[in-house]
Ligand binder design. Structure first.
Ligand SMILES: [Zn+2]
Ligand SMILES: [Zn+2]
Length: 257
């Protein structure tokens, strides 16, 4: 059984379709024996706070760094919005800071940035274009502010594993193994998640294991991911969030690129 002390991907009420406060998430984390959570609400033009995402998340500064003994990192899950790997708000002028985009305001000051594809920006025929998806994920990883590539196994954008994972390795970025993808979404995502994990194991790419909790009751719920990782003999040393210290170190490394 793996030791995992940190849940690096959780949502609070700020995501609007999530159901718990940050305090509730931290308290449930403590009850489960975790030592840290990252609050990574959605920064998106299509869901959550939409055009107000940047301001909503920017105000994480009012939160303490620790709640009930649990380290709380202030983060964001930001949408990848096109096949060039651009992120939400990269071309949207900030409402209050002239000359800056929303992404320029938000991303450099977050502790954790997860980049994920959500509701497809391309609704139909191109989603299966492996070459385009591969370029998209590589470009998102090249963004200096991105630390983690989120749930790439369940976003309906199949990609070539080696170039994406080698980009992650070169830049010391993390690939997320999202337990919700292997639980709720297992039927459509299970196989892809397993292939991604096997390739990370073989290439020596660091992963994060996350709950993607949308309520406090799901914080630290890693069981589906752990079962899969154990079945493929995934080395604990490549799980970046196994301890608070290893997660901090992996974040610092990913910022250096
Ligand atoms: Zn997501
Ligand atoms: Zn999420």
């Amino acid at each position: 059984m793996y030791q995992i002390e940190v849940d690096p991907h959780t949502h609070s009420l700020v995501s609007l379709h999530a159901y718990s406060t940050v305090e509730e998430c931290a308290r449930h984390a403590a009850e489960r024996g975790l030592r840290g959570i990252a609050v990574t609400d959605h920064c998106s033009l299509i869901m959550a706070q939409r055009e107000n995402s940047v301001e909503a998340i920017l105000n994480q500064q009012v939160l303490p760094d620790r709640i009930g003994g649990v380290r709380v990192w202030k983060g964001v899950e930001i949408d990848i919005v096109d096949y060039e790997g651009h992120l939400a708000f990269e071309d949207v002028p900030d409402q209050f800071r002239p000359g800056m985009t929303g992404a320029q305001v938000l991303l450099p000051t977050r502790d954790v940035v997860i980049a994920s594809v959500h509701t497809p920006f391309d609704r139909d025929e191109n989603r299966g274009d492996v070459e385009k998806n591969t370029r998209m994920y590589c470009a998102a990883l090249e963004n200096p502010y991105v630390n983690i590539l989120g749930h790439s196994g369940r976003s309906n954008h199949p990609y070539e594993l080696r170039p994406v994972l080698e980009t992650a390795k070169r830049l010391h970025k993390m690939i997320e193994i999202n337990s919700a993808s292997l639980g709720t979404h297992a039927e459509r995502a299970g196989k892809a998640c397993r292939s991604i994990a096997e390739a990370c194991r073989d290439l020596g790419v660091k992963i994060t294991v996350s709950s993607d909790a949308h309520s406090a009751f799901q914080v630290g719920e890693f069981s589906a991911a752990i079962a899969m990782l154990e079945s493929i003999g995934f080395p604990q040393s490549l799980i970046a969030n196994r301890t608070v210290e290893s997660f901090e170190a992996a974040l610092a490394e990913s910022r250096r690129g």
